[in-house]
Design a protein around this ligand. Structure first.
Ligand SMILES: [Fe+2]
Length: 234
């Protein structure tokens, strides 16, 4: 395990699947990364999928039924192996084809879409596992370099007006119910980093009693004309 000064802050690099799963998060380190070089033709898999707009979860049987070349088969086996290995540890990741987002650009009081910097949340201890196999990857930002968007005074005023009450416990509940408390604004000069393609990440999320701060991250902005992406998430 190592973290050199050129690495993103608070990310620990591991050297095996086992280490990725079993290393405890502590000392503010809230992301673990298993760096890998992937092989196989993921573009061919995407072409065969003919995915509709939005997110399509890919079942094992569907992936195995695609009439792909040997290189496409290598790509499919790579993704399924990741899924199986994580399942063997009791996790339940899915393989998704992401072809843009539906409703992602709808007007709202405050952004709460996956392309906005956010923390994931669970009621019990859990982490998010993430790998991008093809396409633009997610971005992370150092948790010291962000502010909760709901604490920006002008925005808090708008949210308070919508809530229609005082800035008290009930308002905090309203923020939580609407996921407004999970989204962040990167400060000028924020240290951001790219998750990259092929690397398997385990990132800390928000749950009661988590000893480390959640890893603030976001999906890449969809670009019109770009091919769909292939990811593992769970
Ligand atoms: Fe997320």
């Amino acid at each position: 395990m190592h973290s050199t000064p050129t690495d993103p802050p608070y990310v620990r690099y591991v050297h095996s699947f086992e280490e990725l799963i079993s290393t405890p998060m502590c000392d503010e380190f809230n992301a673990l990364c298993l760096r890998r070089t992937i092989e196989g033709d993921f573009s061919e898999v995407i072409r065969h999928l003919k995915a509709e707009r939005g997110i399509t979860t890919l079942e094992r049987a569907r992936l195995l039924s695609l009439p792909v070349s040997a290189a496409g088969k290598v790509a499919i086996d790579f993704m399924l192996r990741d899924q199986e290995q994580l399942q063997s540890y009791g996790l339940d990741p899915e393989i998704d084809c992401v072809n843009g987002y539906i409703g992602h650009d709808q007007p709202s009081l405050m952004r709460t879409d996956v392309c906005s910097f956010h923390a994931d949340r669970a009621t019990d201890a859990a982490d998010t596992y993430l790998c991008t196999y093809s396409g633009a990857s997610s971005l992370g930002v150092c948790h010291h370099d962000v502010i909760p968007r709901a604490q920006i005074p002008a925005l808090r005023k708008v949210l308070l007006a919508d809530f229609g009450g005082e800035d008290d416990e009930n308002f905090l509940e309203y923020l939580s119910e609407n996921f407004y408390d999970l989204h962040y604004e990167a400060l000028p000069g924020a240290r951001t980093f790219c998750f990259g393609v092929g690397h398997l990440w385990r990132i800390a999320i928000d749950y009661p009693g988590n000893p480390v701060p959640p890893c603030i991250h976001r999906a890449p902005d969809p670009t019109v004309g770009d091919p769909p992406r292939l990811i593992l998430i769970g």
